[in-house]
Ligand binder design. Structure first.
Ligand SMILES: [Cu+2]
Length: 118
């Protein structure tokens, strides 16, 4: 049944190219003291986005202020999932906002870049 619905939606998107079928997308980002993996994701404007951050070492924290999400802690060796709708295009860079190591002191904080395209 789900497969039939998907095929119908796909067919509708071909017949009605002006109507975009917005799909939800989800990502998993692993947070380490020296990097976040992946460090860059690309999404389409209008998509509902879910990002599961998992810390593999110490506490981290992320703030997606461009998308209305204030500081959210990523607890040590635990996960947190953030959800938002990509309502604007552009390239946004979100560094770790909780001190997690010396890289904070020298402008090399781990970060996630989010590219939102049309
Ligand atoms: Cu940090």
């Amino acid at each position: 049944m789900v497969r039939i619905l998907c095929i119908m939606m796909f067919a509708a998107s071909l017949l009605l190219p002006g109507i975009a079928v917005s799909q939800d997308v989800s990502f998993e980002v692993k947070a380490y003291k020296d990097r976040w993996e992946p460090s860059s994701i690309t999404i389409k404007k209008g998509q509902k986005v879910s990002i599961k951050f998992t810390s593999l070492d110490v506490d981290h924290s992320v703030e997606l202020d461009e998308f209305g999400l204030k500081e959210v802690k990523i607890p040590e060796k635990d996960s947190v999932t953030l959800e938002f709708t990509a309502d604007k295009t552009g390239t946004f860079s979100f560094p770790c906002v909780k001190y997690c190591g010396w890289r904070h002191l020298v402008g090399m904080r781990p970060r996630l870049e989010i590219k939102v395209v049309e």
